[in-house]
Write a new protein. Structure first.
Length: 109
């Protein structure tokens, strides 16, 4: 899976400079972590967003947002936003705000 450097920049701009935010190569793309917990990611197949199990129904109802899977394994609590979704500034912000709210509730690693 190839990296999407344009999406990586969009995520950096949207997430801003916040304490505990780090980045690293993961899952064939680029991952953003908050206090050591996965928050979101950028890959050539879309923006990955961690919403938490049971918190993703509203996002899956949006156009351009699908359930994340790795191979045949469904990743409950994670969604993949296609370019049509993450290209919308307000929608990208809404997804990332929800991811931040969830990941901020987790203990740091």
């Amino acid at each position: 899976m190839a990296r999407d450097r344009g999406l990586e920049e969009l995520l950096r701009e949207t997430l801003g400079d916040r304490p505990g935010l780090t980045e690293k190569s993961m899952f064939g793309g680029w991952a953003f972590l908050l206090n050591g917990n996965l928050l979101c990611g950028a890959r050539s197949d879309g923006m990955l967003v961690r919403l938490g199990k049971g918190n993703d129904g509203w996002a899956l109802a949006l156009p351009g947002v699908i359930q994340m899977s790795m191979g045949e394994r469904i990743m409950h609590g994670w969604v993949r936003a296609k370019a049509e979704a993450y290209g919308d500034d307000a929608l990208r912000r809404r997804l990332l705000d929800a991811a931040l709210a969830y990941v901020e509730s987790l203990p740091g690693k």
